[in-house]
Ligand binder design. Structure first.
Ligand code: PEP
Ligand code: MN
Length: 336
């Protein structure tokens, strides 16, 4: 349920109404938008008398929210959320570009890639330290040592770092990580999501291989229900019957999610296609359809990458992608 308050409502009046609603067993979420002040009411609202609340002097209207996701719902928070990450942000007017290797392999590798992606305009460095591999015999990542190497690259380049968590027991290793990634395979690991909800770290939540947008939003809700509202959604392709591409990029997820939620939405064209030469056209399409950013795999020697070489761009190819994406962004901003 949301209560839209009249403009001019004072902080004291908001405080009084919120305290009373809390005594009714509800959680109250305040959103001060550019046009409205909205109180989002979370919990069992079935016994709440909507007409009584609507009759209050400061209340303009009361609406029940039918969707099961509340905190993530745009009706609770009409303005786009902007998630601050180190010296940059995701959402709003900033177009985020997260780039780096699928797996951190060595100090030389991650440093070389970090310098190159920074020079090409990346706003964050991504790299896998804990890798969710389909086969237990494949390289599983450098784990804690991988995080150390990412932190070295962060120190030198100033780029905030994004890396995946697979087990909540590892959380202490992520203290200096800027964005914690939840991979597609863990999108519905609810215990992990609950633990991440207790932190205040930005969480990059990737859509599961065969999950609906509603399920993605419910997973975001798990994190937000714990008090952590810093969630970034990522569409990374879903499993279909197509085999020429690794997955099928669902670009319509972007405008649909932007309607449903205030959370930023980014696209991962690397895992979505599995084919390096398809990354540029899909990155341009993502920018054109309103995505808030991209996550792209870049490797200094894709042919010898320990993981996902076929979809990894060379630093030069990545620079070509960022130039093309900037052109798309400036074309669509002129159109507005
Ligand atoms: C990744 O980003 O390296 C990754 C494993 O992606 P996904 O979880 O989308 O498969
Ligand atoms: Mn990968």
């Amino acid at each position: 349920m949301i209560a839209v308050l009249k403009s001019g409502t004072t902080d004291k009046q908001i405080e009084n109404l919120s305290s009373w609603l809390k005594t009714q067993g509800l959680d109250v979420h305040l959103s001060r938008g550019s046009e409205h002040i909205i109180l989002g009411l979370i919990g069992d609202t079935s016994k709440i008398d909507a007409e009584l609340i609507e009759s209050l002097e400061i209340v303009d209207s009361v609406k029940r929210i039918s969707e099961p996701f509340k905190s993530a719902n745009r009706k609770f928070h009409p303005d786009d959320s902007v998630i601050n990450v180190g010296n940059t942000s995701v959402g709003g007017n900033i177009f985020a570009i997260m780039a780096g290797p699928c797996s951190v392999e060595s100090e030389e590798q991650v440093m070389e890639i970090a310098r190159a992606v920074k020079a090409a305009g990346a706003t964050m460095l991504r790299g896998g330290a804990f890798k969710p591999r389909t086969s237990p015999y494949d390289f599983q990542g450098l784990k804690a040592d991988g995080i150390e190497l990412l932190l070295k690259a962060k120190k030198e380049t100033g780029l905030p770092i994004v890396t995946e968590i697979m087990n909540a027991n590892h959380l202490s290793l992520f203290d200096e990580v800027d964005v914690i990634q939840v991979g597609a395979r863990n999108m519905q690991n609810f215990e992990l999501l609950k633990e991440l909800g207790k932190t205040n770290k930005p969480i990059l939540l990737k859509r599961g291989l065969a999950n609906t947008l509603k399920e993605l939003l419910m997973s975001a809700e798990y994190i937000m229900a714990g008090g952590n509202e810093n969630v970034i959604l990522c569409e990374r392709g879903i499993r279909t019957f197509e085999t020429y591409t690794r997955n099928t990029l669902d670009l319509s997820a972007v405008p649909m999610l932007k309607e449903l939620t205030h959370l930023p939405v980014i696209i991962d064209p690397s895992h979505a296609t599995g084919v390096a030469r398809l990354v540029k056209p899909m990155a341009m399409a993502a920018a054109a359809c309103g995505a808030d950013g991209l996550m792209i795999e870049v490797h200094n020697d894709p042919a010898h990458a320990l993981c996902d070489g076929a979809q990894s761009l060379t630093p030069d190819a990545f620079a070509g992608v960022t130039r093309a994406v900037r052109r798309v962004l400036s074309a669509i901003s002129e159109e507005d």
